[in-house]
Design a protein around this ligand. Structure first.
Ligand SMILES: O=P(O)(O)OP(=O)(O)OP(=O)(O)OC[C@H]1O[C@@H](n2cnc3c(O)ncnc32)[C@H](O)[C@@H]1O
Ligand SMILES: [Mg+2]
Length: 214
């Protein structure tokens, strides 16, 4: 699958994701274009029940519209004490159009409710994981390459850090004694759900290109 002309189109309107993809693909000589470069394209309904399903919906809708290969990312936070919520609803946990801050507060409120009045004074509220599903779709062949990555951590009641985006200030990594938002872009990419999924995807892409050139 050719990604074409040194440009990779990513079907996202999330500025945090765009920053991370730009950082990841720059060493490969690829410039990232996002949905901010194609304002005429309609939003894709993310009504699938899995991250993988939503990722394919986004890559296929944009890939078919542009006639070019497109990468999409559907990701989210799964919190064990909330039976895996917000999951595929992570972007709109506090309601349609909610921002990161509102979603973070909603998450803390939901976890506080579970304490049922008793204050343990514990900043770590639940185990959780970030999940990222990537889909690279080529409208010419109709083929899709997929990859998924996860990272385990804790939800902390004490937000910290100004890096990253979304739930990063609440996602505590015990081995670093930091939240995801306190990591640099490089550090986050080395351990994150997105970084791991990207590594798998680029590996699959290289293997496919090797096969084709044989
Ligand atoms: O669909 P696009 O346009 O790509 O952008 P989005 O923000 O709506 O993205 P998703 O539908 O995949 O929703 C994922 C949400 O999960 C959260 N999330 C995903 N990856 C994250 C990360 O690396 N750090 C913190 N939060 C993350 C964040 O709140 C996102 O809005
Ligand atoms: Mg979305």
């Amino acid at each position: 699958m050719e990604t074409g002309g040194g440009v990779l189109i990513v079907a996202t309107k999330n500025k945090g994701k765009v920053r991370e993809f730009q950082h990841a693909f720059a060493p490969l000589g690829l410039t990232v274009k996002s949905m901010f470069d194609y304002p005429e394209l309609p939003d894709v309904a993310e009504d699938g029940t899995t991250f993988a399903e939503n990722a394919l919906k986004k890559s296929k809708a944009v890939g078919d519209a542009l006639g070019l290969p497109v990468l999409a990312d559907d990701s989210g936070l799964c919190v064990d004490a909330l039976d895996g919520k917000p999951g595929v609803y992570s972007a709109r946990y506090a309601g349609e159009g909610a921002g990161d801050e509102e979603n973070n507060l909603k998450l803390l409120n939901e976890l506080e409710k579970l304490k049922q009045g008793e204050d343990t004074g514990q900043p770590l509220l639940s185990t959780a994981r970030f999940v990222c599903a990537l889909s690279l779709y080529d409208p010419v062949t109709g083929k899709e390459l997929t990859a998924e990555g996860t990272v385990e951590g804790w939800i902390t009641s004490e937000q910290a850090g100004a890096g990253g985006f979304g739930y990063d200030p609440l996602f505590y990594l015990a081995e670093y004694e930091k939240t995801m938002a306190e990591l640099t872009l490089e550090e986050k990419q080395a351990i994150s759900h997105r970084g791991k999924a990207l590594l798998l995807l680029t590996g699959k892409l290289a293997a496919q290109q090797n096969q084709q050139s044989q």
